[in-house]
Design a protein around this ligand. Structure first.
Ligand code: SF4
Length: 304
């Protein structure tokens, strides 16, 4: 069953006196129940803006987002639509996302109340994320980064989400905690039948946990497919560049800070294919016409 459908989504950032930036420029993807989709791309490519729009933060300029068949309405100044408690997000910085003045058990209890779940206790959820039950009475500053992120996951799970979104949830953690926390998110989401949209610049972790991978470049999804297939045969030149930049031989690594070539200004993306100024395979058509098709948005892979 498809939980989330994002169709041709456009999200613009407007600052007075400055050009409009299309942070998401016509992106489409879906997440099914029990599925893990990894969303990867260089910093500033629009991954987090897309995730925030899915949560109702920010008003899309065009396109649609549907969660369990219902359109996701922007939050505005109103309270969050109750149906959106089915989407929970785990953020990059676990310290900033937890209230430092409240006991962690009380913060987890907020989610249990939202889900009207009287049979589960905050201690039960701490147990599920691998922390001692007695931690419920402590405050966030008493924990390491990895422990705090586990608490943030417990709080998100308390609301019984159908869709969990991790927005770079491991990038602030020690290397030793990264794979553990990523696997934990995957296991807990899949166990409960929820979907997981996992945003990361760490390709090795995405490979470890994602059923499908979506590669984003300058606001567009340029390639999407099963993780094993994309890994074995990356078809878009940008995907090839990303995978090629991973240190051999174990496949571990993160996206390079910069690939060869100039990074285009997102406020004035190149005409035609957005990747063409950096692409080793560029052709005349690439400079003129944008490849607006999937699963590989590249003129070398135009569907028949
Ligand atoms: Fe390269 Fe052309 Fe494909 Fe863009 S469309 S990635 S420029 S070959």
């Amino acid at each position: 069953m498809t939980l989330l459908t994002v169709d041709d989504l456009v999200v613009e950032h407007r600052t007075p006196g400055r050009p409009v930036v299309r942070a998401v420029a016509g992106a489409s993807l879906s997440v099914a129940a029990g599925e893990v989709v990894g969303l990867v791309g260089e910093s500033g490519c629009g991954k987090s803006t897309l995730a925030r729009a899915v949560c109702g933060i920010g008003r899309p300029a065009s396109g649609t987002i549907a969660f369990q068949g219902r359109p996701v309405a922007p939050l505005g100044l109103r309270r969050r639509d109750r149906s959106l408690t089915g989407i929970q997000m785990v953020f990059q910085d676990p310290y900033a996302s937890l209230n430092p003045r409240r006991r962690v058990g009380d913060q987890i209890a907020d989610g249990l109340r939202a889900a009207a779940d009287a049979s589960t206790t905050p201690a039960d959820l701490l147990d599920r994320v691998g922390l001692p039950r007695e931690f419920a009475t402590r405050y966030p500053h008493e924990f390491s980064g990895g422990q705090r992120q586990r608490i943030a996951i417990a709080r998100a799970l308390a609301a019984r989400p159908s869709l969990l979104i991790g927005d770079e949830p491991i990038s602030a953690l020690d290397a030793s905690a990264q794979a553990q926390v990523a696997r934990l998110m995957r296991d807990l989401a899949v166990e409960s039948g929820a979907g997981l949209l996992f945003i990361s610049h760490d390709l090795s972790v995405v490979r470890l946990i994602a059923d499908r991978i979506a590669v984003m470049y300058l606001g567009k999804i340029v390639e999407i497919g099963r993780t094993d297939e994309v890994w074995a045969d990356p078809r878009h030149p940008y995907t090839r560049a990303l995978l090629g930049a991973i240190p051999a031989p174990d496949g571990a690594g993160v996206l390079p800070a910069e690939l060869p070539g100039d990074v285009p200004d997102p406020a004035a993306p190149p005409r035609g294919c957005r990747f063409h100024p950096r692409c080793p395979k560029v052709m005349d058509v690439c400079r003129e016409r944008e490849p607006e098709f999937g699963p590989v948005a590249c003129w070398l892979h135009e569907p028949a």
